[in-house]
Design a protein around this ligand. Structure first.
Ligand SMILES: NC(=O)c1ccc[n+]([C@@H]2O[C@H](COP(=O)([O-])OP(=O)(O)OC[C@H]3O[C@@H](n4cnc5c(N)ncnc54)[C@H](OP(=O)(O)O)[C@@H]3O)[C@@H](O)[C@H]2O)c1
Length: 254
């Protein structure tokens, strides 16, 4: 099989590419660094030539800033059109659990719009919606730090190892398109402050983490958001403790 990994130079993309290369699949790593711009379309047709499947793990260059909606909508429309022209048989998109439930955040709204473009298209597809990666705890901490204290609501999350999501993306791309969305999550549910505290402690980060139900993150109250996977979600195996026990280089991809 020939599989194009769009965003194959990114965090999750590199894990996907590594797995495909280890399984001796023909892999095309497509991103601006390899001469493919999925927004302008430059290099896209030649990257997709003879491809069986595309795994889309791109991200907007500034995920916390303006332009995220424009990025995901323009990029996805362009990619779907190019895939149909090239005769690609399966578009696999990585989304985020909660996107379809209207979490009131610009990033989630952009992912929901991206999902709609894929679902409404003629392109055979599968959407994999992931919960927060273990690796994402640091970003959550940075957004919510005031001096040396991190304020987080005690809402429950079910984070997952990015490596397990990469495995699931590779398996999905190797199978037939389902034209459906499926959630993937880690094996354990925990309060958000406990998740972030555990990761920071492993890195000897001494900041305090306190529960605060009123905190606004990126302009909305996470306490009101349902970030848990739907019934029937795919459950990954790696626990947070398993992940933390890995050497720092393996765990962070550095
Ligand atoms: N972090 C989480 O907890 C989480 C949870 C659920 C789902 N996800 C999803 O995972 C996906 C990937 O996230 P990530 O953290 O791996 O992203 P990342 O490390 O920022 O990588 C983004 C990739 O997109 C490529 N890219 C950006 N603009 C492009 C363009 N115009 N054309 C082609 N490629 C472009 C980048 O390469 P170049 O710069 O070379 O173009 C890079 O390879 C996102 O869609 C996100 O919604 C993340």
């Amino acid at each position: 099989m020939r599989i194009v990994v769009l965003g194959g130079t990114g965090h999750i993309g590199r894990l996907v590419v590594e797995r495909l290369e280890n399984s001796a699949q023909a892999v095309v790593v497509a991103s601006r660094r390899t001469g493919v711009d999925a927004v302008s379309g430059a290099g896209l047709a030649s990257a997709l030539d003879s491809a069986d499947a595309v795994i889309d793990v791109t991200n907007a260059p500034h995920p916390e800033g303006e332009g995220v909606l424009d990025f995901f909508t323009a990029m996805t429309s362009r990619v779907i059109e190019a895939e149909l022209a090239a005769g690609v048989r399966h578009h696999v998109m990585l989304s985020i659990v909660g996107a379809e439930r209207g979490v009131p955040d610009g990033y989630f709204a952009a992912k929901a719009a991206q999902e709609r473009i894929v679902a409404d298209s003629r392109m055979p597809h599968t959407i994999l919606r992931s919960t927060q990666f273990f690796e994402f705890a640091r970003s959550i901490a940075e957004w919510n730090t005031t001096r040396d204290t991190i304020h987080l609501p005690s809402t429950h999350v079910q984070p997952v190892a990015a490596a397990d999501v990469a495995d699931a993306l590779v398996d999905t791309a190797g199978g037939a398109a389902t034209d459906r969305a499926i959630d993937i999550a880690g094996p354990e549910r925990m309060p958000l402050p406990a998740f972030v505290r555990r990761v920071l402690l492993a890195d000897r980060d001494e900041r305090f983490v306190v529960s605060d139900e009123n905190v606004q993150t990126r302009g909305f109250n996470i306490a009101s958001a349902d970030l848990l996977p739907a019934d029937g979600a795919m459950l990954a195996r790696t626990t947070l403790d398993d992940w933390i026990r890995q050497p720092v280089d393996a765990r962070t991809g550095r």
